[in-house]
Design a protein around this ligand. Sequence first.
Ligand SMILES: N[C@@H](CC(=O)c1ccccc1NC=O)C(=O)O
Length: 275
Amino acid sequence: MATTDIPGLVFTSHKFGPHSLQEVGVWESGEAKSSGYWAIFIHGGAWRDRSNTFRDFIPSIKHMIQDQDKSSSIRGFMSLDYRLSDGTETPPVQHPDHIDDIAAGLSLLHEKYCLKDNYVLIGHSAGATLAFQLLMGVTSPQVTVSPPLPVAIIGISGIYDLVGINDRHDGNYAGFITSAFGSNQGDWQNASPAKFTGDFHENWPGDRLTILAHSQEDSLVDTPEADALQANLQRCKSPVHIVGNLRGEHDFVWQDGSQIAELVFDTLLKLPRLL
Ligand SMILES: N[C@@H](CC(=O)c1ccccc1NC=O)C(=O)O
């Protein structure tokens, strides 16, 4: 199994359900800080790729802790695994199982770490979809937990309009989208943050920040995705910043991690300092 070691940080993991992927990783400084924001990551991988895990956050964490000054307002790092629609499960894992797991994982972190709105939620690709689904009330009716919502969301190379991205890729994404959301395109629309017909601002009130970042060198997720969610957030008068100048391919962004570290630092600068 891949390592979770990061020199200078103490790693703990917690299960939030019986499935092996219902797990969250937590990295804290040895001095166990008592203030600052948590940086919490949701990985991507088209809701199906087993090679994407909560460990995808490690390169970004390593970049952040290298800058002691800028990371001084970070309390620690958390990263969530969730069940995947990889075709191996009986019964099959399908939406809203993924977002139910994210809600359960965040609720567990709330219990164990007094998580409240003192965290920045970062999602890559399908993980960014999940971050915004948290605001849409699309968890299954059996889910009774309502986790604290983040103070800011950074969506990186996110999928926000399932029908739109599939159409622009000549139907080639229908396979993984159907595995994750079923074959009914009406269900795809209902799960798409860019197509949410409710009020993001009402569901996520207060001074919240949204950053939508993408790279024009990304060959898997194109620019119209972030544009579509930006328009829907603006419809709700929810403030949104676009960062359109990331560099490199879709997976380079998390594999390298330096740009995610910068996005988190830039976001923290816009937030009140937590004492
Ligand atoms: N290795 C991936 C590729 C992938 O994850 C992906 C492909 C196209 C658009 C978005 C993707 N990932 C988003 O989470 C796969 O399992 O298809």
